[in-house]
Design a protein around this ligand. Structure first.
Ligand code: SIN
Length: 277
């Protein structure tokens, strides 16, 4: 089986694209044990080609979760001072638990994780062991490559070279960073161009009048949220989603409280700030 846009076959793992634009389900893999060199090389290729990887029926421990994340880089900490997720006994693993006591579902607006950081995370790996009944609690992912490709040539030219402010304080409160990043970035591994603004964190396109910034941001944020480049993932108990935070947006569908949705997440650190295309 092959991933998006590539013909080279996978020999160790199976890679089944979810839709033409984004996401693939990975099979023939057991994340409760260390991976072979071939499995890891193929997993890395699948990640670059498919942007978000999904795994089913993986009853992983903290140790397994950390090992999977560390194949892709050192694990990092959340930059937010006020977050709904909680620390666990292992500082590298955060608990994402929602029930009748939870004020709201976090991540329920389109975003890329912590784009307010000078170096945002490379990716996040969310494992959910408990899901609400009746197929509630999905997560939707969107490809920012496809969103970029669909812009008109005039709009691409206009946006290239611009930067935007990503403000963490409006999401996570005082003490959370603010950073400027290019509006159009280039992915360090795929080399593809992508839109790098999001609804949750981006507050201002720099060096243009305020009204122009507001109109452009509104257009881009609506454009990025279009279903043409989105995929809605239906969780099952012991599913895992691993997203490339550098080229995707995601949002958690807030349709299940007071039912319980519970799991753990590790965050893989980025190695460099987003680079202008
Ligand atoms: C998040 O925004 O990282 C949470 C995604 C989810 O809970 O589905």
């Amino acid at each position: 089986m092959t991933g998006h846009g590539h013909n080279e076959a996978y020999r160790a793992i199976s890679v089944t694209p979810c839709c033409p634009q984004i996401g693939a389900e990975i099979g023939n893999i057991d994340l409760t044990r260390p991976l072979t060199d071939l499995e890891l090389a193929e997993l890395r290729r699948a990640f670059t080609e498919n942007l978000v990887l999904f795994f089913r029926d993986q009853k992983i421990s903290f140790e397994d979760h950390v090992r999977l994340g560390e194949y892709f880089g050192p694990l990092g900490a959340h930059v937010g001072s006020k977050t709904i997720s909680k620390t666990t006994d292992d500082p590298r693993v955060r608990k994402f638990h929602y029930d009748e006591t939870t004020p709201r579902v976090s991540g329920d607006k389109w975003h890329t994780d912590q784009s307010c950081a000078a170096v945002p995370p490379l990716g996040s790996i969310l494992y959910n062991h408990t899901l609400p009944p009746n197929g509630r609690g999905d997560t939707i992912f969107a490809s920012m490559y496809e969103a970029y490709d669909a812009l008109s040539d005039r709009m691409k030219t206009h946006l290239e070279g611009l930067t935007a402010l990503h403000d963490g304080t409006r999401v996570f409160g005082e003490g959370t960073p603010k950073s400027n990043h290019p509006v159009i970035a280039r992915h360090p591994e795929s080399g593809r161009k992508l839109i790098y603004v999001n609804r949750e964190f981006t507050t201002r396109i720099n060096d243009v009048p305020e009204e122009e910034s507001a109109a452009l941001l509104s257009y881009l944020i609506d454009h990025c949220a279009r279903p043409e480049w989105s995929y809605r993932f239906r969780w099952q108990p012991h599913s895992i989603a691993f997203w490339d935070n550098r080229c995707t947006h995601h949002m958690a569908v807030s349709d299940y409280l007071p039912a319980v949705r519970s799991g753990y997440r590790v965050q893989v650190e980025g190695s460099a700030p987003p680079v202008a295309a």
